[in-house]
Design a protein around this ligand. Structure first.
Ligand code: NDP
Length: 448
């Protein structure tokens, strides 16, 4: 583990003390501060005026009750969150996560990561994140709608196209965004398309938004592989998860000539040596909202492993695309022994700090989530652009912009790592390139 610079240690100590118990948030802050020692050695002015302390403190945190009535007529209570972390570069921007594991520490970690990710895109968006401990699994469409309506009944007063623009994340896809947008419109009596992204195409959504995070992650990894004269062609890949990010990661890897042989959900993973049948996965997960285990009943030659680690499956490229800390030091050791050459994070912080260290020490190319999965939020910003100009771009036009943005993020991270004396360290490159943009904007605006 990199040592924290002595000037930054008191800042980290203070963050640890003031946010005790928020494990994921502290993990994310520690990783960024570990990268910043080299920056303040070169630019001590970035540590002036408590700039780093201010970046670690959200501008605003909203926690609220979400009461709703289930299909049996019982009143259910959930907790809603929105952390508006940093608006130096633009309105707060970041998804909503509906999952029973959600708490303020998880939302703060995601919001903190979002600041640097959004800065890396080069687009005018600040960082935020939100969600609820609501579990959508097994709920009817009516229950999902009533929950979303209740959630928005508090959240709407904190949103606006120039204030805060949420999108989807785990458990929040096109169906939920539709219900949330409908309720926002009803409460405000305004057709403010730019207040939410990930909308359906018929009411202001952007083409390629659904595909953007997965496609973008593959564009990033492909560019990273190219630095060693390689590509996806002929490579075996493993992609964890089978949600929005995983599905479109698999799709793009296939287009680039790679073969994805395993994917998962929270119950287990499937292996299909012939290559995952993506149409079947889409049918099971997107249409039937079923479990990935159903795949093996419909596809001969495949098998399902309940529990267990998907990272036991040997591969050349691993793309963790489910959730935080899903790839441990032990998993990293297994992947390395099995000859993995590149890891690209589709999810947010899916690799533990120990796993990241092991990959880097073993010379495995490693693309951190805040750079590799920025294609989703970048395309959300393109959706805002289309909404603002009352325009709608073609799929090709949007994907072309996405690819250019991902290549640009890759190149910026690589150049920054080089500039700071650690070529190939995309973790440092992403943290530093994102930080510098935010720091310069904050300094220009005075102490706010
Ligand atoms: P989805 O809800 O569409 O899919 C999530 C997938 O991950 C499902 O297969 C789910 O399985 C699995 N999963 C969720 N939680 C766990 C867990 N605790 N343990 C094991 N598996 C789990 O979410 P997304 O695909 O949108 O998000 C996946 C990741 O990508 C998240 O880290 C998210 O923050 C990140 N991300 C998403 C973006 C987007 O545009 N959607 C943008 C940038 C990052 P199950 O169905 O069993 O719960």
């Amino acid at each position: 583990m990199t040592k924290i610079d002595e000037k930054l240690q008191p800042i980290l100590d203070d963050v640890l003390r003031r946010n005790a118990g928020e494990t994921e948030f502290l993990q994310a802050v520690q990783e960024v501060l570990e990268s910043l020692g080299r920056v303040i050695a070169k630019h001590p002015e970035y540590a002036d005026h408590a700039l780093i302390e201010r970046i670690c403190e959200p501008e605003r945190q909203i926690i609220f009750r979400v009461p709703w009535v289930d299909d049996a007529g019982q009143v259910q209570i959930n907790r809603g969150f929105r952390v508006q972390f940093n608006s130096a570069l633009g309105p707060y921007k970041g998804g909503l996560r509906f999952h029973p594991s959600v708490n303020v520490g998880i939302i703060k970690f995601l919001g903190f990561e979002q600041i640097f990710k959004n800065a890396l895109t080069g687009l005018p968006i600040g960082g935020g994140k939100g969600g609820s401990d609501f579990n959508p699994r097994g709920r009817s469409d009516g229950e999902i709608m009533r929950f979303c309506q209740s959630f928005m009944t508090e959240l709407y007063r904190h949103l606006g196209e120039y204030t805060d623009v949420p999108a989807g994340d785990i458990g929040v896809g096109a169906r939920e965004i539709g219900f949330l947008f409908g309720q926002y419109k009803r409460l405000t009596n305004r057709y403010e398309a730019g207040v939410l992204t990930g909308k359906g195409l018929v009411y202001g959504g952007s083409r390629a938004r659904r595909e953007a995070t997965g496609y973008g992650a593959v564009y990033f990894v492909n560019r990273m592989l190219a630095t060693r004269g390689e590509g996806f062609d002929g490579k075996r890949a493993v992609v964890s998860g089978s949600g929005n990010v995983a599905i479109y990661t698999i799709e793009k890897i296939r287009e680039f000539g790679g073969k994805v042989i395993a994917c998962s959900d929270s119950n287990g993973y499937i292996v299909d040596e012939a290559g995952i049948d993506l149409e079947l996965v889409k049918e099971i997960k997107e249409i039937r909202r079923g479990r990935i285990s159903e795949y093996v009943d419909l596809k001969s030659g495949s098998h399902y492993v309940e529990k267990g680690s998907i990272w036991d499956v040997p591969c050349d490229v691993a793309m963790p695309s489910a959730t935080q800390n899903e790839l441990t030091g032990k998993d990293a050791g297994t992947l390395i022994r099995n000859g993995v050459t590149a890891v690209g994070e589709g999810a947010n912080m899916p690799s533990t700090p120990e796993a990241v260290r092991l990959f880097q020490e073993a010379g495995v190319m490693f693309a951190p989530g805040k750079a590799a999965n920025a294609g989703g939020v970048a395309t959300s910003a393109l959706e805002m652009q289309q909404n603002a100009s009352r325009d709608s771009w073609t799929f090709e036009q949007t994907e072309e912009r996405l690819a250019a943005i991902m290549h640009d993020i890759h190149d910026r991270c690589a150049a920054t790592a080089e500039e700071y004396g650690v070529p190939g360290d995309y973790v440092l490159g992403a943290n530093v390139a994102g930080f510098v943009r935010v720091a310069e904007a904050m300094q220009a605006m005075g102490v706010i």
